[in-house]
Design a protein around this ligand. Structure first.
Ligand code: HEC
Ligand code: HEC
Length: 393
């Protein structure tokens, strides 16, 4: 009897334990899923804000040439809100037929040039190649005729020209194409447009910051309809891009951008303190440049000007803690906080820059900007940390 009760109790305990375990897992799972959802919602919100900012900047700076709706202005500048910019092919079957036929031509040509091919066979091959070329020409004509309204406005569905990037031989992503075009402008376009595409980046003497350019890119990319572009969208384009008759200088200019490495845009550091610590461990921080960045005398890798000293004065009395002794306070006072157990002073500094709300220095309010993770590149961060290391009095 006693034994039975004991077994019953143990079973009960196991059951209770099991239920508790299951409930814990369900809760953890829910929390994990929810965390993912929150992150996704946050990313979506950021994206929506970027597009909204981009729309305003586009309206203020771009519509005079590219049109209110981005569909181009005749004789002024090409459409960006257009299936050609996003490389949409309205005739994928014809494209694949043509590509098969082109493949056949190259096989036949190889055979014709091979040793031992008889003259009779060569004549046969030539006849077949002529036939194929006629078929290709017919397919192209048919394809063009189907979209004559657009062809009349300069659209060319053939030879890969339905994709602007293919036509230009751009070897990078659409993202880098848009951003670098905005940064550098298109100086050669003065040869084939009344006014060339200007350079917009402050680094090239233009009026806009890097983050503003990125917002404009987000706005332009939000026009992409993927597989859902319609012929009506195509016909709504007012002005298609031009490939000038002498496309050499244009292609050279684009190739030079890619070769110079200017088509790779530095990524900002983000807010993952461990990842940032690892990223800057491989870099050499330049304290003098960090000093200039901190005081707003130099631009960041993404062309922004910081104003750390707007809040951090050298001595007390600022909105934020004084710059003087920042490193000393980090290594002694802050690392004594249980929250920073196991941190290096550098990790504390990184966290206080990218996640300022995670710890609010006593005596101050949570007033620091929250978006430095989107603004600083790893090299900027390495330089600023190197500078703050000199504040060790
Ligand atoms: C003074 C007129 C003018 C203004 C203002 C202007 N653009 Fe342009 N833009 C052009 C011209 C002309 C071209 C075509 C360049 C070429 O064909 O090489 C062009 C090309 C582009 C391209 C490349 C398109 C392609 O198919 O090659 C992008 C992207 C672009 N502009 C974006 C913008 C944005 C965004 C703004 C506003 C910040 C802007 N432009 C303002 C005239 C202008
Ligand atoms: C709008 C005002 C403001 C700006 C701009 C600002 N900060 Fe701060 N910062 C603060 C405030 C307020 C605190 C203290 C509250 C807290 O811990 O978040 C702080 C805290 C810090 C700390 C921790 C200092 C300590 O004593 O522990 C560091 C490091 C720091 N900021 C670095 C920077 C850097 C680097 C920049 C520029 C890239 C910057 N801040 C820009 C307001 C600002």
């Amino acid at each position: 009897m006693f034994e039975r009760m004991l077994v019953g109790k143990i079973e009960n305990r196991i059951t209770v334990g099991l239920i508790a375990f299951v409930l814990t897992m369900v809760f953890l799972g829910w929390a994990a899923i929810n965390e993912g959802g929150r992150m996704a919602a946050f990313a979506e919100m950021q994206e929506a804000r970027a597009i909204e900012q981009g729309a305003m900047l586009f309206a203020a700076n771009c519509t005079t040439c590219h049109g209110l709706d981005g569909r181009g202005l005749v004789g002024k500048a090409p459409a960006l809100n257009s299936p050609t910019l996003f490389g949409h092919d309205f005739f994928p079957e014809i494209s694949s037929q043509i590509s098969d036929l082109t493949g056949e031509i190259s096989l036949l040509t190889d055979e014709k040039n091979a040793e031992g091919t008889t003259d009779a066979r060569k004549t046969e091959i030539d006849a077949r190649i002529d036939e194929i070329n006629t078929t290709i020409a017919d397919l192209n004509t048919k394809r063009s005729a189907d979209v004559q309204t657009a062809v009349d406005k300069g659209y060319n569905p053939n030879d890969g020209s339905y994709s602007r990037l293919t036509e230009l031989g751009w070897a990078g992503t659409l993202d880098s194409f848009l951003l670098t075009t905005l940064i550098h402008g298109r100086p050669v376009s003065e040869n084939y447009w009344p006014d060339p595409m200007p350079a917009w980046s402050q680094t090239a003497g233009g009026p806009l910051r890097q983050d503003q350019l990125e917002d404009i890119v987000a706005y332009i990319e939000n026009w992409d309809k993927g597989d859902n572009w319609t012929l009506d969208d195509l016909y709504a384009v007012n002005q298609f891009p031009i490939l000038p008759e002498d496309a050499g200088p244009l292609r050279d200019q684009l190739a030079a951008i890619i070769e110079s490495g200017n088509a790779t845009i530095p990524e900002p550091v983000g807010t993952d303190v461990e990842a940032i610590t690892a990223a800057i461990a491989g870099l050499t921080g330049d304290a003098a440049n960090g000093d200039a960045l901190y005081h707003g005398f130099a631009k960041t890798g993404l062309s922004n000007t910081l104003a750390c000293t707007g809040c951090h004065m050298q001595m007390a009395n600022g909105v934020g803690p004084m710059t003087d002794g920042t490193y000393t306070r980090a290594s002694t006072e802050r690392l004594a906080e249980p929250q920073f157990a196991g941190y290096t002073p550098e990790q504390y500094l990184i966290e206080s820059i990218v996640l300022p709300s995670d710890y609010v220095v006593p005596g101050f309010v949570d007033a620091m900007q929250k978006d430095f993770g989107n603004i600083l590149t790893p090299q900027d961060m390495a330089d600023i940390i190197a500078y703050l290391q000199t504040q060790n009095q």
